[in-house]
Design a protein around this ligand. Structure first.
Ligand SMILES: [Zn+2]
Ligand SMILES: [Zn+2]
Length: 241
């Protein structure tokens, strides 16, 4: 059973990250018109190109999925060079993080095609069934309900609905079929699968007792780079060094 409220960072670590983020952003004055989501952000000592990427790292931590950030540049069959954002070595998945309005995913799709195996699905004995998976990670879905005049839902009921429909991680597969997030009852990993088996332990997931779907359960963990300094909404000035 997954605890979706794991906070992987202690307060000291979070504050250290946020101070490093503030220093980093001060050097990016040319980017000052950018939304926080697009600004460089330090999380657990790693410098990410954007707060969205840092948030995906925190979300992966909450799923207990190990990640490596920008582990290697690959050369695609077309000759193009490509630096994927995350490798998730425990579950054979790569994750390309794309902000809203950043539609270019051709390299991720070509990368996926280069990783695909040609086995028949039920005969595949590769380390990762069907080959490694390449996912596109999107910003979490926001929820702006439009309750009509004569709607009598209580605020509490509205909050429940907002939780159910907003703030979840969103992804798409580059394989042309849906990839589901689930918590494997056998190995307790959060794992994406688009074949019947857990990518971490290879046990059959479909029909397994205790299988938990994660699609609508997992919260997206937002890292803004300023939260630990006491204000979620306004960027802070860096404390005097
Ligand atoms: Zn295979
Ligand atoms: Zn498993």
């Amino acid at each position: 059973m997954l605890q979706d409220d794991i906070n992987p960072r202690c307060l000291v670590e979070a504050i250290t990250d946020d101070i490093a983020t503030s220093r980093l952003r001060r050097d990016h004055t040319a980017d000052s018109g950018l939304a926080i989501e697009a600004l460089p952000t330090v999380y657990r000592g790693t410098t990410f190109r954007s707060a969205l990427e840092a948030s995906w790292a925190a979300t992966l931590d909450s799923l207990r999925i190990a990640w490596e950030y920008e582990p290697e540049t690959v050369t695609l069959p077309s000759g193009a060079r490509y630096l994927p954002d995350f490798r998730l070595p425990q579950i054979g998945v790569w994750l390309e993080v794309k902000g809203e309005g950043v539609p270019r995913v051709e390299k991720a799709i070509e990368f996926r095609q280069s990783l695909r195996c040609d086995c028949l699905p039920h005969r595949c004995s590769c380390r990762w069934v069907g080959g490694e998976l390449v996912l596109i990670g999107h910003p979490p879905r926001s929820w702006t309900p439009d309750y009509g005049e004569d709607d009598h839902r209580t605020l509490w009921a509205q909050a429940v609905i907002a939780r159910r429909h907003g703030g979840h991680p969103r992804w798409t597969s580059t394989r042309g079929r849906a990839a589901w997030l689930a918590f494997c009852p056998n190995c307790a990993h959060g794992t994406w699968f688009d074949s019947p088996h857990c990518r971490a332990c290879r046990r059959r997931l479909v029909g397994a007792e205790g299988l938990e779907s994660g699609n609508q359960k997992v919260r997206f963990h937002r890292i803004t780079g300023v939260a630990a300094l006491g204000n979620d909404d306004e960027p802070h000035d860096t404390p005097a060094a």
